[in-house]
Write a protein that binds this ligand. Structure first.
Ligand SMILES: *Cc1c(COP(=O)(O)O)cnc(C)c1O
Length: 403
């Protein structure tokens, strides 16, 4: 560490400018497990609050059965593998989880990654070359954008959720002589809870002989009648070529990701996908717990039904309070405030009232589109929801967001 270098002062200036533009992200410290009710540190000391900003859709992040399954795998399979998969890092548990995920998603094979970010990061480069085209929604997740950047394929970007524009991109890619075309989209977009029109996209892909891939991070485990995901919700089960997803949200929330699809594709990813080849195996405890999660959600749809019932109730009740929300059906519920300062004030006041929510504003969402993003969980009780609705009403009236 040398002070002579201007590098460090350059970095400090970067930080200052992030702070000056109001974009510095501060992390709140939780001192309990992740669940409906959590303990957080605040400037006034520790506080117990209801959590409405986790991706804990099915309430499994601290579920006793999931924790027990993780502990059991820890005893039988150890803490870690200290290896990548292809050297000595593949256990029976990993193969079982891959098979179970394939069965659940309705695909032929699945490959596990340390995170969905890696699944997306290592997806495009091995599969799509310079003669090929990737057609991508402009609001796709950062990991998809980075993954596409790593491939040599020609890129086409369509306006968010605009099917006519997606078709235009496919048509252009064909006209430009693309060998293979892959259309890739988030199944569910995390800022608005928008559910991709996979039925329409499938038709467009069929018209242009294109492949269709989806990122199911905000869908796996609960979207569709049996929770298989957006493809089930949109009636195109078995008709998606590539599915990436996470174990770090609804599926227990620890970490881990996957890519699922045709057997030959997954086999090639095992040979060529760099985040798989050069990164450590998923911890056995996570794998064991994920198998338990699959058991739970495949024997009963109670949790996803509860989540959806909570979603319907909250969407209706928050509107009855006078708030404007982005319409939809997903447990991501964006409450539109539009003004960034008011959004932050509302989130702070709600925390005082025992409701933990996060405000989103530019550049995370477009300018003038500031909002509070509320996320439902199957772990929320009716009383939790009613408490949150009442707090929103009170804080909203105090701050003049509603009348
Ligand atoms: C959360 C998320 C990811 C990253 O998942 P990790 O497993 O946490 O790396 C990727 N894509 C989308 C759409 C996400 O929401």
């Amino acid at each position: 560490m040398t002070e002579a270098s201007s590098f460090y002062s350059h970095i400090r200036n970067e930080l200052k400018s992030i702070e000056a533009s109001g974009l510095l992200k501060k992390e709140r410290i939780i001192t309990s497990a992740q669940q409906a009710q959590i303990k957080v540190q605040t400037i006034n000391g520790p506080q117990t609050v209801l959590n409405f900003c986790a991706n804990n859709y099915l309430g499994l992040s601290a579920h006793p059965e999931v924790v027990k399954a993780a502990q059991e795998a820890l005893s039988t399979h150890g803490f870690g593998l200290s290896s990548v998969r292809f050297i000595c890092g593949t256990q029976d548990l990993h193969k079982t989880l891959e098979a179970r995920l394939s069965q659940f998603l309705g695909t032929e094979d699945t490959i596990l990654y340390a995170a969905a970010f890696d699944a997306n990061g290592g997806l495009f480069e091995p599969l799509m070359g310079e003669m090929d085209a990737i057609v991508s929604d402009e609001f796709n997740h950062a990991s998809i954008i980075d993954g596409i950047r790593l491939s040599k394929a020609k890129r086409y970007r369509y306006r968010h959720n605009d099917m006519a524009d997606a078709r235009r991109c496919c048509e252009e890619a064909r006209r430009h002589g693309a060998r293979f075309i892959l259309v890739f989209t988030d199944g569910v977009f995390s800022m608005d809870g928008t559910i991709a029109q996979l039925d329409v996209l499938r038709k467009i892909c069929d018209e242009f002989d294109a492949l269709l891939g989806i990122d199911e991070c905000h869908a796996t485990g609960f979207m569709g009648d049996t929770g298989r995901g957006t493809h089930e919700f949109r009636g195109v089960l078995g008709k998606i070529d590539l599915i990436t997803g996470t174990l770090g949200k609804a599926m227990g929330g620890a970490s881990g990701g996957f890519t699922s699809g045709r057997s030959e594709v997954i086999q090639l990813l095992r040979q060529r996908s760099r985040p798989y080849l050069f990164s450590n195996t998923l911890a056995p405890s996570i794998v064991g717990a994920s198998l338990k999660v699959l058991d739970m959600i495949q024997t009963s749809t109670d949790l996803r039904n509860r989540l959806m019932a909570n979603t319907r109730f909250f969407r209706q009740a928050i509107q009855a309070q006078g708030f404007e929300i982005k319409p939809g059906e997903h447990p991501i519920i964006p409450i539109m405030v539009y003004d960034a300062v008011k959004t932050q004030a509302l989130a702070s006041r709600l925390l005082e009232l025992g409701i933990y929510v996060i405000g989103f504003f530019f550049p995370v969402v477009p300018q003038g589109q500031a909002r509070i993003r509320v996320q439902m969980s199957a772990a929320h009780s009716q009383a939790d929801l009613e408490k949150a609705i009442a707090a929103f009403g009170q804080a909203g009236r105090e701050l003049g967001v509603i009348s």
